[in-house]
Design a protein around this ligand. Structure first.
Ligand code: C2O
Ligand code: CU
Length: 458
């Protein structure tokens, strides 16, 4: 009796010396300045803004259905926020200043806490003054793993970016509100990187199968992606598995914010180099190299299976579905004659003085009333009618949608659709996620200069 009382006291004393923490410290994501070699070797490091001081920011990996908890700590001189691009998220966690939260001032914090319903390749990025903050490097990968992942030797995240650096100093040029960029194709850069590095090289073996998770984090550049010395399939777009993988026979476009998951087999032989390239106007531009050392098998694997599907809503029948038109207007060569900011109609000249060159259905700023006011669980078609002479990457927050193909059948699920000049692209969505959701062009200069709208689901 005495003995056990004694040991109880002892353990109580031990508890006092080593108290169990009431709660573990929150995981943080710190937006801060950093410096990194982005330009080719021989150049100085570039001053960037990054999550945890690096670009891309700290990778977040988790399993489908798990919870993300991150305390944003803002150590920047400017207010910021985090948007979790492509996550069908709780509206309060969507990271949009003025719509779902206040921007987080320097020195302050904000706690993000949400569940990831879908497996796939997503990303996070700053959503305040994005045209500047994403260009400075505030983005990172958010990878949600399937419970049954495909069989591959390597799973690589490749975040593509396009920087505009001063060619002498390798520092980011600060002309984020340059009217020419805003009114044309956006801020196109002069240095393309993968994972924040120029022309990186990855070690591989012949006949290895790789999963390449491509993310276009660029401000405005549409990459035209191709493979050399490798062959394979697109198995997911914007995070969502394709019911039937698409064999990669040619190049394919990857617009700002879009993702593509590839399963590829390395065909290049020992000591050769395979590559991922972008077909630019003036020739093929190498994005990343895959240096082959050795052989993993005597032949490549054969065939591919689709990734396990995500729990997306049922969307098969488009009969009697309301169709809403969103006209994309303005920009160079189609200058706005007038457009509204709030209820005020302004002339094209007045708008240009405010740095507004584009409009969505006649509004050169996110209007007070939503473009679409949808009851929870309703089905809608949206037609993006591009009346401009530039391509636009139209993105919906909060929902994925299905493309409606030219023959009227339903195409892949996406969260960002590239609408080429003069083209009309239709999408269909089931509004199963309540809240106020942005809808905007992901060419970030276009979003900043008028291409911003929203829809409401209640
Ligand atoms: Cu990547 Cu408003 O989004
Ligand atoms: Cu645009």
């Amino acid at each position: 009796m005495n003995l056990s009382r004694r040991s109880l006291l002892k353990s109580a004393a031990a508890l006092a010396v080593f108290p169990t923490p009431a709660r573990s410290a929150p995981l943080t994501l710190t937006a801060r300045e950093g410096a990194q070699l982005i330009a080719p070797p021989g150049f100085p490091e570039t001053a960037i803004w990054g999550f945890d001081g690096q670009v891309p920011g700290s990778p977040i990996h988790l399993r489908q259905g798990e919870r993300v908890q991150r305390r944003l700590v803002n150590e920047l001189p400017k207010a910021t926020s985090v948007h979790w691009h492509g996550i069908r998220i709780d509206n309060a966690m969507d990271g949009v200043p003025g719509l779902t939260q206040d921007a987080v001032p320097g020195g302050a914090t904000f706690d993000y806490d949400f569940i990831v319903p879908d497996a796939g390749t997503y990303w996070y990025h700053a959503h305040n003054k994005s045209v500047e903050q994403v260009a400075r490097g505030l983005y990172g990968p958010l990878i949600v793993h399937e419970s049954e992942a495909p069989d591959v030797e390597q799973d690589l995240v490749l975040m593509l970016d396009d920087w505009r650096l001063d060619p002498e100093t390798a520092q980011i040029t600060q002309d984020f509100d340059n009217g020419h960029d805003l009114s044309h194709a956006g801020r196109l850069g002069n240095l393309i990187t993968v994972n924040g590095a120029f022309d990186p090289s990855f070690p591989v073996q012949q006949n290895q199968r790789l999963r390449l998770r491509l993310v276009n984090a660029a401000n405005a550049r549409v990459f035209t992606v191709g493979l050399d010395g490798m062959t394979g399939w697109i198995v997911a777009l914007d995070g969502m598995p394709l019911a039937e993988p698409i064999p990669i026979e040619d190049t394919f476009p990857l617009a700002p914010a879009q993702r593509a998951d590839l399963l590829v087999d390395v065909l290049a032989a020992n000591a050769e180099t395979a590559s991922l390239f972008s077909q630019e106007r003036d020739g093929a531009f190498g994005l990343a190299r895959f240096s082959v050392a050795g052989q993993a098998a005597s032949t490549p694997r054969s065939g591919v299976r689709p990734l396990p599907p995500n729990p997306l809503p049922e969307l098969t029948d488009l009969n009697n579905v309301p169709r809403h038109e969103m006209r994309l207007q303005g920009g160079a060569m189609r200058w706005l004659e007038s457009a509204r900011i709030g209820e005020t109609e302004l002339s094209g000249r007045e708008l240009a003085q405010l740095g507004r060159f584009w409009a969505l259905n006649g509004y050169a700023e996110r209007p007070d009333d939503p473009f679409l006011d949808a009851p929870l669980g309703s089905v809608h078609r949206i037609a993006f009618v591009n009346e401009t002479v530039f391509p636009h990457a139209m993105h919906l927050h909060g929902h994925h949608f299905r493309l409606i193909l030219p023959d009227g059948t339903l195409g892949p699920w996406r969260d960002t659709v590239l609408v080429e000049r003069g083209e009309t692209r239709e999408i269909a969505l089931v509004t199963d996620n309540p809240g106020n959701w942005l809808l905007h062009c992901h060419m970030l200069g276009h979003a900043a200069s008028g291409m911003m709208s929203w829809y409401r689901v209640t």
